[in-house]
Each structure stands twice: as structure tokens, then as C-alpha cells.
Design a protein around this ligand. Structure first.
Ligand code: EPU
Length: 329
């Protein structure tokens, strides 16, 4: 007689089977990370990510690790490769929208102090990918290195700014980069002069496949007070033109330098438009803010609504600037 509790192969739902296989890969990788990485390394399962992003929405990471050295990072990548798990590099989460179902696989953060060093030497600054841009801007001012003030107002880490070629106040990150230090997904470290790294408006394509570890930045010798004045001027402009509520910065790329997305959205009368607690800021049309309880689904619906209106009424296809990752709930 057949066992009534055992399902025949045709009765097994493939989705359930693949979810079970994934859960096993995660358990194995979690165990491997615990064995291979030095004691004290942060390794977690089901790590909530909303609080690690400035937008404050989204689900958990299957696995989350904060390696404390280049070798530990390479080992974590190797384990993910062996287990067939995707790897996502999390910066300070200031340009990120994590979907409500969270991120499958391994999320790596370079928040460990090993990756956050900032050292000045003559007119150069050597900084790790985990260093805050604000810290770099202030170190540069103290050392009399001008030209990096625009970093002060970008709420991210150097790694994210390199990946996005982030910019503000008319300057881009790669304007200041002399050398990039990065790691391939196979754990090889490379030092590249900036001229060998192609960049675009709001993108450094090679950092989609490589992990930025840090950079040598350069500026020009300048008086610390002059630098401070410029920083204060930038900060004043930012406070008066950008919202202070949780957001991921600008949602869309500017379609043209002469057509900023914020102005376009403003002209369409969409400021203040809401889906749940997701709202088009009433201060700047390209910032979508979380009024408190927004979900990623609310944010995505709002993005969709604005894109549809821009296309329908102005014939402009707005391109997303915020990085959208993970799975729906
Ligand atoms: N404008 C409006 N209404 C609005 C918003 C803007 O009319 O609701 C007008 C402004 O008056 C100005 C023009 O649009 O004439 C451009 O606005 P703004 O100076 O604020 O600059 P932006 O192009 O909207 C860019 C970057 C920002 C960066 C600022 C400041 C992009 C997509 N955005 O914004 O970067 O902080 O310049 O330099 O390139 C980000 O990337 O996340 C980001 C916030």
C-alpha cells in the first residue's frame, strides 16, 4: 500500500521545491560564513534592510555580512559563488529602494572600520569605500584640499558615490578620482588609474560587476576658510531646495541638463501626490518621501504614476536613478 503522506513526483509543486532548495543553500552558506570568517565578523540571517536605507522601506536580506578585511570579503564572495547565491553590495542605502520581499542571497556591507579609513597626504585623500562622503569633505577641508565640498551634502558612502558617479552642485565623483581600488567577483583586487575607468552621468558601469574598495581622490590646494564658505553655501542651497523627510534622493535622472526631472514633475502639478505614505515632495518634485509607513509597493506605484503622466502629457520617458532591488512581497 502506498504511503498516503508521501507525494508522488508529479504532485510536488516546483515553486515549493525550489524554495526549499534555496533555504538549504542559505543555511549552508550561513554555516560556511560562520566557519570561514574571523570570529566577531557580523554575519546575520533575515536581516531587515529598511532601517539600512534612507527611504526606510523594504524587506530583509537572506544573509548579511560585514567583512573586516579584503581577505574576508573575498572569502564571503567565494562562499556565495560556491552556493550559487547572488551578491548585493550595500552602501549607506541612500540611493536605494528595496522591494518589500527583500533581497535573495548575500548582502555585503563595507561598514567595518577597515573599509572606512580616510587619510590625507599632501593634496591627496585615500579613502575606503565605506567612508562617509561627509567625513571625506571635512577631512579635505581640514587638510586645505579644495574641490570636494560637494560631497558634504550627499548622504552616502564613497563606494556608492563611485558606483553611481554621484554628483551635486555641478561636480561629479569621478572629477575627483585619481585611482580606483576594486575587487572582482572572484576576489581579485585591482588598482586602476581613473582614466582607465569609463564613467557616465550617474553611472560607473564597471562597478556593476566589480566592488569598489576605495579610491585616491585629489583636489587643489586651497585655504580652509574658503572651503568652509563654499560648503556652507552648498549646504544652505540644499536645505532650502531639498526635503528633510526620508527619501532616496533624486528618483529620476534628469532627461536633459536643460530639463531637470524635478522641474518637469513640478510643472505637471504632481508635488504632494500620494500613494499611501509615499509622496512626491512638496519641496522638490524629484524627491519621493516616506511620510512614515510607506511600503516599497507604494513607492513603486508612485514612480509608475509619475512616469505615466510625464510620458502621456509631455512625451518624456523618465529614467529611474534610484537603484531598485529585491523581490516583491
Ligand atoms: N526645480 C523646480 N521645481 C522643483 C525642483 C526643481 O522648478 O520641484 C527647478 C529648480 O528651480 C532648478 C532646476 O529645477 O532651476 C534644477 O533643480 P536643482 O538645482 O534642485 O537640481 P536637480 O537637477 O533637480 C541635481 C541632482 C541632485 C543634486 C542637485 C544639487 C540629478 C538627478 N540630481 O538635482 O542629486 O543634489 O542637482 O546639485 O542630477 C541625487 O542624485 O539623488 C540628487 C539629489
Amino acid at each position: 500500500m502506498s504511503n498516503p503522506l508521501r507525494l508522488s513526483p508529479e504532485q510536488v509543486d516546483p515553486a515549493i521545491e525550489s524554495a526549499a532548495a534555496h533555504a538549504e543553500d542559505i543555511s549552508n552558506a550561513f554555516r560556511d560564513l560562520g566557519i570561514v570568517l574571523p570570529a566577531g565578523t557580523v554575519v546575520r540571517r533575515d536581516e531587515p534592510l529598511a532601517r539600512r536605507t534612507t527611504l526606510r522601506v523594504g524587506g530583509p536580506a537572506d544573509l548579511y555580512v560585514e567583512p573586516g578585511s579584503d581577505n574576508a570579503l573575498a572569502s564571503a564572495l567565494e562562499i556565495a559563488n560556491l552556493r550559487g547565491l547572488p551578491v548585493f553590495l550595500l552602501g549607506r542605502g541612500s540611493n536605494l529602494l528595496v522591494r518589500d520581499g527583500g533581497i535573495r542571497g548575500l548582502v555585503v556591507s563595507l561598514a567595518h572600520p577597515h573599509f572606512s579609513r580616510v587619510e590625507t597626504d599632501g593634496g591627496r585623500i585615500t579613502a575606503g569605500a565605506g567612508a562617509r562622503l561627509k567625513t571625506i569633505a571635512h577631512e579635505a577641508r581640514r587638510a586645505g584640499i579644495g574641490g570636494l565640498e560637494f560631497f558634504e551634502g550627499i548622504p552616502g558612502s564613497l563606494g556608492g558615490a563611485l558606483r553611481m558617479n554621484a554628483g551635486a552642485m555641478g561636480s561629479w565623483t569621478f572629477d575627483a578620482v585619481e585611482e580606483l581600488r576594486c575587487m572582482s567577483r572572484l576576489g581579485e583586487v585591482r588598482h586602476l588609474p581613473a582614466r582607465e575607468v569609463p564613467v557616465e552621468y550617474r553611472s560607473c558601469p564597471m562597478l556593476a560587476t566589480h566592488i569598489a574598495l576605495g579610491a585616491v581622490l585629489r583636489g587643489r590646494p586651497e585655504d580652509a576658510d574658503t572651503i568652509r564658505d563654499r560648503m556652507e553655501q552648498y549646504s544652505g542651497k540644499r536645505w532650502s531646495s531639498q526635503p528633510s523627510q526620508p527619501s532616496a534622493g533624486c528618483t529620476f535622472k534628469n532627461p536633459l541638463p536643460t530639463l531637470p526631472a524635478g522641474r518637469l514633475i513640478d510643472e505637471l502639478g504632481l508635488k504632494g501626490t500620494r500613494v499611501g505614505d509615499a509622496m512626491v515632495s512638496d519641496v522638490h518634485g524629484n524627491f519621493f518621501v516616506n511620510l512614515g509607513r510607506a511600503t516599497a509597493a507604494d513607492m513603486l506605484a508612485l514612480i509608475d504614476l509619475v512616469r505615466t503622466r510625464a510620458l502621456g502629457e509631455r512625451g518624456v520617458a523618465l529614467e529611474i536613478e534610484v537603484e531598485i532591488v529585491g523581490e516583491d512581497a
